[in-house]
Design a protein around this ligand. Structure first.
Ligand code: C2E
Ligand code: MG
Ligand code: MG
Length: 493
């Protein structure tokens, strides 16, 4: 064949015999100039299957496989379009970054299938709440996001967040269980000066982080200071690894006292970071990040070694008696770390401290993280002869019934309970009930965060023997603590 041809391709939707739609690709070629053809040629192909496959691939690329909600890529695309529309007609665009609280606990207790079922139920409930035109997405894990178009005033978006939180007051059913799913929500609103969807999402994420840190199950509106804050945290986390080697960490000690006599019975080791530029950093400034990036493992190992050797020095100098103990905090990450038992053995051997003088503190949520693994780690730790404490009791699952399942010795009652003491009669009844249960289980109760004399008096009345708090002593550097520990009276022959 010689000559030239020009062609156009179109798609036709036609009905087949059964009345189902089929896609036809029609190529029309003008072959009038082609010798031997000399006419218009139409070629038709049924491309229904190909189109369906394309659509499915596109859907998969833009949706979450588990919940079928839009994924991050599609969400960002929609935010981008919403921003452009907003620029034209003067509306703002709101983004809610929503992270389920304590999802890991659900996953561990219900199994992965149960966790998946919960995520599907969450997605379904979110979908029923949104207005047409708004988008709800899942970013993976327990992260969801909501795009709210046409936000006129900041209060609109707060109302949306309120609605989400109200909708999740009702438990969801997962198998035979009813599970309460709650969100920490970060909100960001983008207006005429926001052009990048990523920026809006990053702001909402930073606000979500603040919501988590301020106690979860709440929503927080982004402020520019939060971005600086998250940048600062990232920078700090990056520097922490080196800080251990550069000897920038310090252990402070806070006395644990007998409420009745006021005598020091032990101390808690609380880490600080003497940062070369940022000053003395508190654990809240770097522990959460170190848990995320794993640096909490070498950090904990260092604190443990340092605290054990310090206490052994006090014992040798007879500044404290035989019964004096040191409490060291461990993170959830430590319980999942196969070396934790070896690290404890090493710290005890190097310092020659008796295992009876060491208490390891763990939070309730850390205990519940991976039940089987936790149980075997705790059993191995207990075999060394050390004791275990539940820290911040009352802030996590707040169930004393499960405590009998763990080989714990000490329960530290969280400051939030102690704050209620001597304030309300209900508060006192609550602490009394907890202390009585702790005693009934044969465990020791320690009150945390005692600041007022009235609180100490109430504790004594209730029968809680040990306490810790600013009323008795603040955390202090080892040298200060050495001074504070009055020398024991020399035994006269
Ligand atoms: P925590 O183990 O519950 O420690 C008690 C916290 O309450 C300490 O805060 C202490 O300074 C503070 N506190 C004590 N008495 C009072 C009081 O009367 N009033 C008030 N308002 N606060 C009081 P800090 O030192 O900032 O430590 C915070 C948390 O950081 C600790 O809570 C612990 O969970 C964690 N942490 C500290 N050191 C370490 C460590 O070496 N490793 C790990 N993994 N976590 C640590
Ligand atoms: Mg503690
Ligand atoms: Mg505590």
């Amino acid at each position: 064949m010689t000559g030239t041809s020009a062609s156009t391709t179109v798609e036709w939707q036609v009905l087949d015999d059964a009345g189902a739609g089929r896609d036809l690709e029609v190529i029309a070629a003008d072959m009038r100039g082609v010798a031997g053809v000399d006419g218009l040629v139409l070629t038709m192909r049924d491309i229904t299957d190909r189109n369906q496959l394309d659509a499915e691939l596109r859907r998969q690329a833009l949706h979450d496989g588990l919940t079928s909600l839009p994924n991050r890529a599609l969400f960002l695309d929609r935010v981008g379009h919403a921003l452009s529309r907003g620029h034209r007609d003067g509306h703002s665009v709101g983004v809610l970054f929503m992270d389920l609280d304590d999802f890991k606990l659900v996953n561990d207790s219900l199994g992965h299938a149960g966790g998946d079922e919960l995520l599907i139920a969450v997605a379904a409930r979110l979908t029923t709440m949104i207005r047409p035109g708004d988008t709800v997405a899942r970013f993976g894990g327990d992260e969801f996001a909501l795009l709210v178009e046409d936000v006129d005033v900041a209060s609109t978006i707060n109302q949306v967040a309120d609605r989400v939180q109200e909708a999740f007051q009702e438990p969801l059913s997962v198998g035979d269980s009813h599970v309460l799913a709650r969100f920490s929500i970060g909100i960001a609103v983008g207006g005429s000066d926001t052009h990048n969807p990523d920026d809006l999402l990053r702001d909402a994420d930073a606000a979500m982080y603040v919501a988590k840190r301020s106690g979860k199950a709440r929503h927080v509106l982004f402020e520019p200071a939060m971005h600086e804050e998250s940048q600062r945290r990232l920078a700090i986390a990056g520097e922490l690894r080196g800080a251990i080697d550069r000897n920038e960490l310090v252990v402070f000690y806070q006395a644990i006292v007998d409420v009745h006599s006021g005598r020091t019975q032990g101390a808690e080791a609380l880490v600080r970071w003497n940062h070369p530029h940022r000053g003395l950093l508190q654990p809240d400034d770097f522990i959460p990040m170190s848990e995320r990036n794993g640096v909490v493992i070498p950090l904990g190992q260092w604190v443990l070694a340092e605290a054990c050797s310090q206490v052994q020095q006090w014992k040798r100098a007879e500044l404290v008696d035989e019964a004096f103990y040191i409490a060291v905090n461990l993170s959830a990450r430590h319980l999942q770390d196969s070396h934790v038992v070896a690290h404890v053995v090493e710290a005890l051997e190097r310092s020659e401290l008796s295992p009876a003088a060491l208490v390891l503190e763990l939070t309730e949520t850390a205990l519940l993280e991976d039940l089987d693994r936790t149980r075997s780690t705790l059993a191995a730790l207990k075999d060394l002869g050390i004791r275990l404490a539940v820290d911040d009791f009352g802030t996590g699952y707040s169930s004393l019934s499960y405590l009998s399942a763990f080989p714990v010795d000490v329960i530290k009652i969280d400051k939030s309970f102690i704050d209620q003491l001597a304030l309300t009669s209900g508060g006192e009844a609550m602490v009394r009930a907890v202390v009585e249960l702790v005693h009934a289980l044969g465990l020791v109760a320690v009150a945390e965060g005692v600041e007022e004399r009235d609180q100490a008096a109430a504790l004594e009345h209730i029968g809680c023997k040990l306490a810790q708090g600013f009323l008795f002593a603040k955390p202090m550097a080892a040298s200060e603590m050495t001074k504070a520990l009055a020398p024991l009276p020399a035994s006269t022959p």
